[in-house]
Write a protein that binds this ligand. Structure first.
Ligand SMILES: *Cc1c(COP(=O)(O)O)cnc(C)c1O
Length: 420
């Protein structure tokens, strides 16, 4: 009976039906989570409105320098575009006295003005909740892990250099708020030289991450100088750049920048898409220019309450990212930085998201969920528990469907036993 082909086909069909049932809730939910690509028309409409306010041409809009110069940091324009009340403007200005805000015209165009909890708005427009005084200003203790100017070193073989304090948009959830000064400025050339000298002197450093701020807010000449200086160091194997411009100002990734990057491979880019609504045509084109130039793009999502603390939002985000060839790399648990505590979630929520990914979708769409251990003690991966218990000859595992099974634990590789 069990070898009967018809019977086995019937069982497989039965199982297929069961599997189909396990995805229906997501198929329904994803309709309610429109991507930036699906919102294309609404975004164009907002773009027209913003261009009119700023008296801009399409050429202006596509020029990243124009986007930087015309970042919006006054409620006069914001209130026109988002139809804000005078009370809402007052609140924004009040928060602005304490925490700087500025939004690129492009990123502003992604906000749905009719949605008061719009995920793009929540990341970019100041909220009164930021005035809560709980939380620490430097929970990462970056000052204690800096052996040379601009460098943070927490690991044996890699480090980061903070090359600028500038960004295309000042994220309301920024974990480096204290470094994002009132005045935009790239790091001192002397400090950059000292950082490069430190790497030269330490041959175990094989991976250098240029970040900030936003590394792509530097001019092309500075980026090229940094890349060529790092490439001159034989032990530097890979260079990574941290930038959110793919999300906040995709115009930045122009042909000239891409040609520079391609000269210094292997080059990786880490970015931060937090919601499917940020995956737009412009973002897709910027990612395409980078990947065509051989740059590998990884996404580092931050888990944010009210924005993406939902397994279906994360699943749709990761699917949209894979479609534009961006690999979901990390999900970061939000730290307790003062002024951002309203975005924090419980760790259980992150675990639930991971639980809802594994098995339900492609392994490619499953990043690693990370808690940054306090005081710079490093990224710590957190997983749902798949290993139930441990015996000498067996382990108990449980599958993505929560079936518990005994699995034999092969003993031949135990060194004590191999002695004989
Ligand atoms: C995140 C981070 C890195 C890079 O870590 P990966 O896990 O290799 O992506 C390196 N140095 C510091 C200080 C970091 O915070």
């Amino acid at each position: 009976m069990e070898n009967n082909i018809d019977y086995r086909r019937e069982m497989a069909l039965e199982r297929s039906k069961e599997l189909k049932g396990k995805i229906q809730d997501y198929l329904q939910a994803r309709e309610e989570i429109p991507s930036g690509l699906e919102r294309k028309e609404a975004i164009r409409e907002q773009q027209r409105k913003i261009m009119e306010c700023l008296d801009a041409t399409p050429q202006d809009w596509n020029d990243w320098q124009w986007q930087v110069k015309n970042r919006i940091s006054h409620t006069s324009i914001l209130s026109q575009v988002l139809e804000l009340s005078p009370e809402q403007c007052q609140q924004i200005e009040k928060v602005g006295e304490q925490y700087r805000w500025t939004i690129s015209p492009y990123y502003l165009s992604l906000i749905d003005p009719d949605n008061h909890i719009d995920p793009v708005k929540m990341q970019s427009v100041p909220s009164e909740l930021e005035l809560d005084t709980r939380g620490s200003l430097d929970p990462m203790s970056e000052e204690d892990t800096s052996p040379a100017p601009l460098i943070t070193r927490r690991y044996p073989d890699r480090l980061i250099i903070k090359v600028t304090n500038q960004c295309g948009m000042y994220c309301r959830h920024c974990q480096r708020r204290r470094y994002i000064g009132e005045v935009d400025r790239p790091a001192d050339r002397k400090d950059m030289e000292a950082a490069i000298e430190y790497i030269k002197q330490n041959p175990e450093i094989r991976d250098v991450l240029l970040t900030g701020g936003d590394a792509f807010l530097l001019g092309n000449d500075v980026i090229e100088w940094l890349l060529s200086s790092l490439r001159d160091i034989p032990h530097v194997e890979i260079i990574r750049l941290g930038t959110r411009t793919l999300v906040t100002m995709p115009q930045r990734v122009d042909e000239e920048l891409v040609e520079i990057l391609a000269r210094y491979h292997p080059v990786y880019v880490n970015t931060q898409f937090n919601h499917p609504q940020e995956v737009t045509e412009e973002a897709a084109q910027a990612c395409d220019r980078l990947t065509r130039a051989g740059v590998v793009i990884g996404n580092q999502m931050v888990l944010l309450r009210g924005i993406n603390n939902d397994p279906f939002v994360v699943k749709k985000l990761n699917h949209e990212l894979l479609k534009i060839r961006v690999i979901p790399y990390y999900i970061f648990h939000a730290k307790g930085v003062r002024g951002t505590t309203h975005f924090r979630t419980r760790v259980e929520r992150g675990i639930e998201i991971m639980e809802q990914l594994r098995g339900y979708t492609s392994g490619l769409a499953i990043p690693t969920y990370i808690i940054n251990a306090p005081k710079g003690q490093g990224k710590t991966p957190i997983l749902p528990e798949y290993l139930v218990s441990w015996g000498r000859d067996h382990v108990l595992i449980r599958t993505w469907e929560k079936k518990v099974l005994e699995y034999p634990n092969y003993r031949g590789d135990w060194t004590e036993e191999n002695i004989f």
